[in-house]
Write a protein that binds this ligand. Sequence first.
Ligand code: B3K
Ligand code: ZN
Length: 859
Amino acid sequence: MNDTLHRQPKRLADYQPPCFTIRTIDLTFELAATATRVTSILRFKRNMPGNMVLDGQQLILESITLNGETLTAGQYELTADSLTLSNAPDEGELEIVTLINPAQNTALEGLYLADGVYCTQCEAEGFRRITYYPDRPDVLAIFSTTIITDNHALPFLLSNGNKISEQTLSDGRRVVRWEDPFPKPAYLFALVAGDFDCLSDNFVTASGRSVLLECYVQKGDLPRTEFAMASLKRAMRWDETRFGLEYDLDRYMVVAVDFFNMGAMENKGLNVFNSKFVLADAQSATDLDYFNIESIIGHEYFHNWTGNRVTCRDWFQLSLKEGLTVFRDQEFSADMGSPTLNRIDAVKVMRTAQFAEDASPMAHPIRPEQVIEMNNFYTVTVYDKGAEVIRMLQTILGKAGFSAGLKLYLQRHDGQAVTCDDFVQAMQDASGIDLTQFRRWYNQSGTPELTVKQQYDAANQQLTLDISQFTPASAEQAEKLPLLIPVRIELLYQDGTPARAELLLLSEQQQQFKFDQIPQQPLVVWLEDFSAPVKLHTSYQTTDLLMIASSASNGLARWDAMQQYWSLLIAEAIKQQQTPVLSAELIAVFRGWLLQPLADLALTAELLTLPDFDTLAGQYHEIPVAALLQCLTLLQQQIAKSLQADFAACYQQITRESYQYSEQAVAKRALKRRCLGYLALTTEGENWVAQHYQQADNMTDRLAALQSAQAAALPSAAQLLEQFAQQYHANVQVMDKYSNLVAVTLSDDVFSKMQQVTERSWFSWKNPNRIRALYSAFSQRNPQQFHRADGKGYQLLADVVSKLDPVNPQLAARLLTPLLSWRRYDKARQQQLIAMLSALLAQPGLSDDVFEKVSKSLP
Ligand code: B3K
Ligand code: ZN
């Protein structure tokens, strides 16, 4: 069979409302490892003329009964992924009994049994692996769920909504029944059965309702659950204060599991989390882990309104809930910690990953137009560029206007499945601002590029700014129209004092902005706070950038100026085929920051950090791999050497305190870690690292020492790493950190060392966390070895993808991503990658997930 013909994409343009809606679905699960029986009773009603088509995959159909009458084979049509009734009445009741095999489900989609826990993951299209059902987000039904088991190793039987009853039958089986009063699409259904410890708490909403909060974790992990619970309460309060949004059920449950394909899932009233984003204590988690827990707990909670109460009409609208909810979690994190640091993190994601996706064969608008496997579209474009688009709306409408728009959107569409257009319309109606042109952000892919120029007329004290925009063609879309782009600027006088700040709205391809009464030629800080997800072409000199880095009012702008500084310096060196040299001016600026760290120590740490390989690579059409890596290494060594005493002084100036997770304490550790990174590159490197490791009383510091040792390729690194592995071998989450560290080994040993990790007793080829900790870390954080000229790095990843595809296609397709962008490398690398991708494509039984990405990438 011709694959390309067989695997037809679904198109947004072909959307049709469902022929039938489901009013209620009553589910009964008789749990058994290899044969769970699912009985589903649907009350349906016709919505439009047409057949009743129910989705279903990998199901054994036991029986189907329509209004009490059992149907026989000729009365319905069964295919590998559907069950069709052509003569269904306009209204009625359907009972469907299916058998499924949770133990064999290694794809971790639908109902699976792993580590002794039954768990579901239904988004995007996993419910169809549980029973035949219209598995699409625009069918909203009221769910009730009965779970039956005779297994005493499963004391907790959980599902969405409120627990209605719990009983033990005369034969010893236990039965628990749950009802969720809010209509929902099937992707928000969840069931978990297992043995856990449970941390309970209580939250009183703004209107005085008491909500039971429960966090279920692996036995023994209760002490590591408190931060997640506290984060949840902060998130609930924040959504009330910032957006006036209250929780709606009487119970909110979070379950942590170790086998999970992603971070977490916002199932109504029953969030399922990757344990990595729940469990934390100072001895096993880093500052970054704490940060991620708070942000993801927030994210899933915020979905209760933006995603659950108002959901997506179809999966092309995914950014409606994801872009908006990422924006909300970013705002939450900014309010809980440092707005500048949060913004820096978001911009890094855009520049390293999203811009790369735009330049890759997988380029798509934040609202994609065609999809083969929906799971391939949970991307940095839909999520992070989606969040930037929402942020631009807030910039254009103002905070109050944006909040009013969100309020109108939620009021207008509560209980509905809607589109991105409905969202923008609500923003427009609430603010009175015409957003017609803004909507192009939803259907145009690619990274817009702005070219900016300034002219100063001293006689008339007038400043003229010229901005032009251009979006290069992307893989799936040749023609681009001008976008509405908010460009924040700040004008600085020559001594660095701020002159004024402005918001420019660029709508034309080329546009001029004039400012009067500017008494002297200013320096323009462009795109302050990264006010739009674009690339910027300026005519800055390195001296301008150092001035901005020292003087701009906005912290992000200061950091960004340093990023541009390094890009410029490196690009120039590569062009001239020379090694980059540090200027005395740069050394002086760095020294100033080190000797007199600013109030914001975390920002100082970021100002002292060079852009990573991927960020720099984003600026080149053909990535000069070796030259970039060489420049980065040389510059880091030069900085370390020139400022050794200053790094040491700064390091020693920051006193050690017992661990606590607070903005100030995190900032101190970050700056100290930055200094250590440079000190590790000096002749005294071994001593610095050993001392830092030995003195560490928490995982953040311990890991900082190990990372510095690895990055500096210190001879002692291997031994330190082994010591670490021995100490923490019982904690698999810490072992994932060990895998991360092994994967960034700079020497050729990395291959045998990674192989050894896979042979450890705690490693499992079925657990996505174990695999990502090793192979994603390798492809994303070890450019030196991943992009080796002999192709061995690429081959390692290709082999893993090929091995994992039959086990867990979603994971395989995710790991594959860095191999797709072969066009960005030299001819030799292109040929290696094309050969590997072609071999993958020829693999028998290839999943849709991997097929879609590889086939898009190959010429
Ligand atoms: N909505 C889920 C992601 C589901 C991914 C399916 N492949 C988590 C989140 O974004 O909150
Ligand atoms: Zn989400």
